[in-house]
Design a protein around this ligand. Sequence first.
Ligand code: ADP
Ligand code: TRP
Length: 320
Amino acid sequence: MPNTSKKTLISGVKPTGRPHIGNYFGAMKQFVDLQDSGKYDCRIFIADYHGLNLIQDAEEMRRLTLDLALDYIAIGLDPKKTSIFKQSDVPAHTELCWIFDTIVTMPYLMRAHAFKDAEAKDKEINVGTFNYPVLMAADILLYDADVVPVGQDQKQHIEYARDIALKFDNIFRSETFKLPTDLIMESVAVVPGTDGRKMSKSYGNTIPLFATREEITKAVMSIVTDSSGDVPVNVYNIHRLFRPESELRPLYEANKGKYANLKKALVEDIDAFIKPMRERRAELADDPKKVMRILKKGAKAANKAAAKKLEAVKKAIGVI
Ligand code: ADP
Ligand code: TRP
């Protein structure tokens, strides 16, 4: 798989539950687009050890991990093009994290946004959450990643990875690490939810990505429409994601004020879009062993690359 003319791309996703179409258009789809661009050697992993800070129930962890793998394969991550693996299957991540822990200071980690946010909420923060950026630096630096596609909120974590790489090489007078750059995924737009606000799990205004036709119908029928205009703006703004505006304009023109017709058309379009992914996901879900094999294969490739880098690190620090 490694191809020297290509850049190395890595990203991790925490297993957090059922995605919605806002997550898809705003974030998930971009991994598939980057993979299909052919410009990168891609590694995408399930950040289960990062997730462990929140998910502390074995059954839930297993279910969410499998779900996430199914989601990504169903939307088009192709195990032949992208190595997909679980972070916990590659022990070098946590081993390198410990090594970094010995050179990263507490005040430096206290300046991290995520830590400050958690502290502002007055929570008792566990050590794993405090140390989150160090494990993430290890995730990235182990693979000599050139680019790390992430959302804006993760930008600081990539800067931390760079800082940690420089600090390590400075202390141990080595040239062990490559400096990664972030690839900020600017979502095309903020996908609106059924109430016109940003689609978000926390607002309960979502259309699930792998929704059944019934679920799609229910969500679309609940879209809040404003009776003052001809065009139901909230319906239109979601519809735009599924059909070019050049086709939508005549449709909305011909159905002025006929909201029920427009909602029906939207149900058809969303269902036509989701159906193949939903079917692929269901097929895969029937064969979880196949998914596990994909993850194991990804882990094998990741372990190989990670072991090589860890050996260089161990030499640099003098434990071998
Ligand atoms: P939620 O708000 O539903 O909890 P998350 O915060 O888990 O969603 O978001 C995961 C990813 O999906 C992030 O990269 C985020 O930028 C993207 N995302 C979430 N909601 C939207 C949306 N409505 N429009 C565009 N992108 C979104
Ligand atoms: N922190 C990332 C998030 O919350 C997930 C993540 C963990 C990650 N390790 C990573 C992303 C390494 C990119 C590279 O979304």
